[in-house]
Ligand binder design. Structure first.
Ligand SMILES: C[S@@+](CC[C@H](N)C(=O)[O-])C[C@H]1O[C@@H](n2cnc3c(N)ncnc32)[C@H](O)[C@@H]1O
Length: 206
């Protein structure tokens, strides 16, 4: 009985936390709290992500998971991609992103913790969004079916002590690391960006 009620309490607290996270992002995007993402101090990581994308794929179909207002899409030129889909659970972020849609770029609402995405992509990007998810390695595995053979995952995570070391290690376990770059700005924020393919044996069982 005690075990059961403590499990229920943990479940309720998880639901609360996740609900309030969405609420928090929505509030922040509504109040322009993420406008700094457009500024020079953030430029380095976007440049590495666009650079990797262009190096590995010609005119890719890009899936930007946790896209926010679509800052990353704006760092590509129109010719760089064949199709661009950004997904985020913040209505306020997606409303802003919809202003920069074009005939090849779309932004849609969706919660990455429990959504089933249709379509195949050459590049699937988690740009500072993976660590917000309930089960980051599980979320990546769930996207295997959406990656074209030979396609890549790109993951960017900024450094917060050793908090995310376990997640980098988990990614190395489930994926085939192709390259990794770290960049820092003058305020000493450091982002690490990893590029991965699906391990070949796993590709066979997709
Ligand atoms: C730090 S912001 C990064 C935004 C964008 N990728 C960028 O770098 O310009 C994290 C983003 O992840 C989104 N996010 C967090 N958890 C999410 C979830 N479960 N489903 C969809 N989006 C999520 C937030 O709404 C927010 O836009």
């Amino acid at each position: 009985m005690v075990v059961q009620s403590s499990l229920i309490a943990r479940f309720v607290s998880l639901v609360r936390r996740k609900f309030s996270q969405k609420h928090m992002f929505n509030h922040q995007f509504s109040n322009d709290k993420w406008d700094g993402l457009w500024d020079v101090p953030e430029l380095a990581r976007y440049s590495v992500i666009t650079g990797y994308t262009k190096y590995y794929c010609k005119e890719p179909r890009v899936l930007d998971l946790g896209c926010g207002e679509g800052v990353l899409q704006q760092k590509f030129s129109y010719e760089d991609y064949a199709y661009y889909l950004g997904i985020d659970f913040s209505e306020a972020a997606i409303e802003k992103a919809k202003c920069i849609e074009n005939d090849k770029a779309r932004f849609e609402l969706g919660n990455l913790n429990n959504m089933n995405i249709d379509g195949l992509f050459d590049v699937i990007i988690y740009n500072e969004s993976l660590y917000y998810l309930n089960d980051p390695p599980g979320a990546i595995r769930a996207m295997f079916k959406n990656l074209k053979p030979g396609g890549i995952f790109i993951v960017s995570m900024h450094k917060v002590g050793d908090e995310r070391d376990w997640l980098w290690a988990a990614l190395d376990e489930i994926l085939d690391l192709k390259d990794k770059t770290s960049v820092s700005n003058r305020s000493n924020t450091t982002w690490t960006i990893g590029v991965y393919r699906i391990k070949q044996a796993q590709e066979l069982f997709q």
